[in-house]
Design a protein around this ligand. Structure first.
Ligand SMILES: [Ca+2]
Ligand SMILES: [Ca+2]
Length: 215
């Protein structure tokens, strides 16, 4: 009888101890709880205290095209298509790695802001400027961009690539890219979530699930 009581007491203490640790871990600066402390940020997106925002997009060139003019995928723009219908653009390049460097168009800031090479990108055969307004990743390179708002479930991330469009002298070559999103900017951080891969000129990938990452 006495032994049984002791075992029960030990189990109760273990449970209390575990719950105590959990509360300690979840408590944040203002004493709230990470699951309930939701605020709205100045840019209109929701912000959950203790949970990092998905704000970065990595685009990898999977084409392996390393010769010719502007080899590899030619990125004109990255668009965060919010569930609300608003389009938000990349506003900063965080990292950039060229595959081969034989192109004229190797300035990664050409992937920022609204499309300026393939403007009518939703048309079946858009027009494109094959001379300017995009960055060629060189067959195996990548770039990481910071987006103007948080990437959330229900949004889509679109990459505008100068391919499958009419440049005046024919149709620009389509090239395959892979698209990932993360809470961190480093090219090799552990939090990248793959949205998918495919070809342009308008590759729009939906954001179906994003695992919460605590800070
Ligand atoms: Ca190309
Ligand atoms: Ca551009």
């Amino acid at each position: 009888m006495k032994l049984r009581f002791l075992l029960v007491l030990t189990a109760v203490m273990a449970t209390v101890g575990f719950a105590g640790c959990e509360l300690q871990t979840d408590a944040d600066a203002d004493g709230g709880n990470t699951t309930t402390d939701v605020t709205t940020t100045p840019d209109g997106t929701t912000d959950t205290a203790g949970v990092l925002d998905y704000r970065y997009v990595r685009v990898d060139d999977l084409s392996n095209i390393t010769a010719g003019q502007d080899p590899g995928a030619d990125i004109d723009a990255i668009i965060l298509e919010k569930a609300s219908g608003t389009d938000v653009y990349a506003d900063k390049i965080e990292a950039f790695q060229l595959g081969v460097d034989v192109g004229d168009n190797i300035d990664p800031t050409d992937a920022l802001n609204a499309p300026d090479s393939v403007i009518n990108y939703t048309d079946a055969m858009p027009d494109c400027n094959a001379d300017a307004g995009f960055v060629s990743l060189g067959g195996s390179g990548y770039l990481v961009a910071h987006m103007g708002q948080n990437i959330e479930v229900g949004d889509s991330v679109a990459v505008i690539e100068v391919g499958g469009c009419d440049y005046g002298g024919g149709t620009a070559k389509l090239e395959t890219v892979k698209v990932q999103v993360s809470v961190a900017a480093e090219p090799d951080n552990q939090y990248w979530v793959t949205l998918g891969e495919g070809q342009g000129p308008y590759l729009s990938l939906s954001v179906n699930s994003l695992p919460p990452v605590s800070n």
